[in-house]
Design a protein around this ligand. Structure first.
Ligand code: G3P
Ligand code: MG
Length: 245
């Protein structure tokens, strides 16, 4: 398995243009398309189990209704997480982090795990995701990178698993980006490509940080970002972006 520093294309929620996001089917398809890394979103159920799902609510990507944090794992596992996308994917489940880690190790996919806490659960989610990742990920493989928009979650992740590398997520580059990255002990900035400029990128790169951008589905834009010096892009269609990486 390659380290993230060697990888330019990260399958965002799996190959999520072609398969339901954050499902084992989407991650497996990313591997089939020869992606070498995936991104996923991890949050806690009511009974503090870790599941891979993006939204705070179940409604958009499952057959369920209501907030993830108000449902136990058993209830969430009974839901369908594929049919909303296409009937071909009916029967897909919301994966646990444990299932994800097993598949990624088997399919040679570097995991970039975004800690995505529900409201009021940042500390618990950060600690739980980091501890479980450190415990379950095979030791002989490169260590997964954890990221979050939540500084609190990143702090708790560091306390729970100091050896796991972290990235700070920001929609736009904050004015005090350097102080934030230093304080959180992050080695990378993950940001929305729409607000990045070559000058802003150069400043962050000169300071020694990796910069990865989401979500880039246009090959021409990916080529441009790579030419600027962006280290990697998150994409829903790894097949298209790998062609220009
Ligand atoms: O981790 C990069 C990207 O996934 C952050 O935004 O909303 O797609 O989780 P979002
Ligand atoms: Mg994400």
């Amino acid at each position: 398995m390659q380290e993230l520093s060697q990888i330019r294309v990260i399958a965002h929620r799996g190959a999520s243009l072609y398969a339901p996001e954050n499902t084992l089917a989407a991650f497996a398809l990313a591997a089939d398309q020869r992606a070498r890394a995936i991104e996923c979103d991890a949050k806690l159920t009511r009974d503090d189990r870790i599941v891979l799902i993006h939204d705070d609510r179940l409604d958009r990507t499952t057959s369920g209704r209501g907030p993830v944090r108000r449902h136990d794992l058993k209830e969430i596992r009974a839901l369908d997480a594929g049919a909303w996308f296409d009937p071909r994917f009916a029967g897909e489940r919301v994966p646990t982090l444990e299932e994800g880690l097993a598949l990624w190790a088997e399919r040679d996919l570097f995991p970039q795990i975004e800690i995505k806490p529900c409201l009021g659960r940042a500390a618990r989610t950060g600690a739980a995701v980091a501890a479980a990742t450190a415990r379950l990920w095979p030791r002989h493989l490169p260590r997964p990178v954890l990221s979050s928009f939540s500084p609190r979650a990143l702090d708790m992740a560091r306390a729970a698993a100091p050896d796991l590398p972290r990235a700070y997520l920001a929609e736009r580059l904050p004015i005090d980006w350097r102080r934030r990255l230093e304080r959180l002990g992050c080695g990378a900035l993950h940001c929305n490509h729409k607000y990045l400029t070559p000058a802003r990128l150069a400043k962050v790169k000169r300071a020694g940080y990796a910069v990865r951008c989401y979500t880039v589905n246009d090959p021409a834009r990916a080529r441009e970002l790579f030419a600027w010096g962006v280290d990697a892009v998150f994409t829903d269609c790894p097949d298209r972006i790998l062609a220009v990486a």
